[in-house]
Design a binder for this molecule. Structure first.
Ligand code: SF4
Ligand code: SF4
Length: 108
């Protein structure tokens, strides 16, 4: 089973910033309604810069059962972060995110 579906920590730990060209209104996939403007060229997933970060697109309970509600439309940083974890090759980033939620480290 994909460990990410029982984790989700990275979606509630790091700021997710992406290029404005990824917005739906700019011809990309990410719905404009879930993004906040950072600069003239950068946007971020709403919620990921909060004091207790959690992406608005994350569905479920971290560490139990989660999924990305915008999986097909998610921005590039999300596409780049998780694939290794999905095949069992975890990163330091995973374990840092998991630690923020009191979850044990994954084996490399
Ligand atoms: S990429 Fe890592 S931190 Fe994110 S959900 Fe998967 S295992 Fe958890
Ligand atoms: S868009 Fe999806 S994968 Fe990316 S941070 Fe939000 S919930 Fe996680």
């Amino acid at each position: 089973m994909n460990v990410c579906l029982s984790c989700g920590a990275c979606c509630a730990a790091f700021r997710v910033t992406f290029d404005a060209s990824e917005l739906e209104s700019e011809g990309g996939l990410v719905p404009d309604g879930v993004a906040d403007r950072e600069t003239s060229t950068l946007y971020r997933m709403r919620g990921t810069d909060y004091t207790r970060p959690r992406c608005v697109a994350l569905v479920g309970e971290i560490g139990k059962a989660v999924h990305c509600g915008l999986y097909r439309e998610r921005p590039n940083p999300c596409r780049e972060f998780a694939p290794l974890a999905e095949v069992g090759q975890f990163s330091d980033g995973c374990n840092r995110a998991r630690a923020r939620h009191g979850l044990p480290p994954l084996d490399f």
